[in-house]
Design a protein around this ligand. Sequence first.
Ligand code: DC
Length: 235
Amino acid sequence: MADLRETKPRGLVIAIDGPAGAGKSTLASRLARRLGYLNIETGAMYRALALKAIENDVDVDDERALLDLALSSKISLEPQIDGNRVKLDNTDVSQRIREKDVTEAASRVSVHPAVRAWMVNKQRELGSAGGVVMEGRDIGTAVFPNAEVKIFLDAAPEVRGHRRFHQANMAEPSAAVLAEMRARDERDRTRAVSPLVAAQDAVLLDSTSMTLEQVIETAEEIVKEKIAKAVNCEL
Ligand code: DC
């Protein structure tokens, strides 16, 4: 494939949305590296706030308390070659936020409209200069509805469950763990504000029977086409 850096105008926003375990993080970091863009993993921000709630004994169902906590927190993402280093109040929490209790709490923290509004503002700031691959659940619908490229990456639930666990170098997920993942998916898809849904103008990519390399190749083709269109529009 042609070197994308030679063809892109400066500062596109590439939005990658989809459920957990579809392969968004790997795809986003590979695309970002290829393009020389920043890779922003928005789920890590919800996870960091959830961790802060756990550490401060704040109820994850208490929207007002969570917002106060967010306002007094410093959450930063430092894009690295493979994903983001995540800092909460200057402490590296990149590993801790992947643990089970934080995963569960993040899912509950993310349903609150006030929390989402705070997150969306931060995420818009992070992407304001363009040149980002931002991944999450609502990037193409709420954070950057005008993103030049939108990909909705999906896969069958069983496949996603197994990928998540292989990623974490863990044994096969039990039926109970898969059920928990489905419950979190359900919460994402049915929450009142910014539910997980593909933007109308997103390209849908079902990775159920694709290898990682195939997903990346297909996504690169999508990006290349969109970049070519963006360049033509500018001429
Ligand atoms: O992608 P992840 O598993 O790290 O996300 C953690 C939680 O945050 C997950 O329950 C969904 C939620 N989330 C969200 O609601 N909106 C985003 N843009 C990113 C994540």
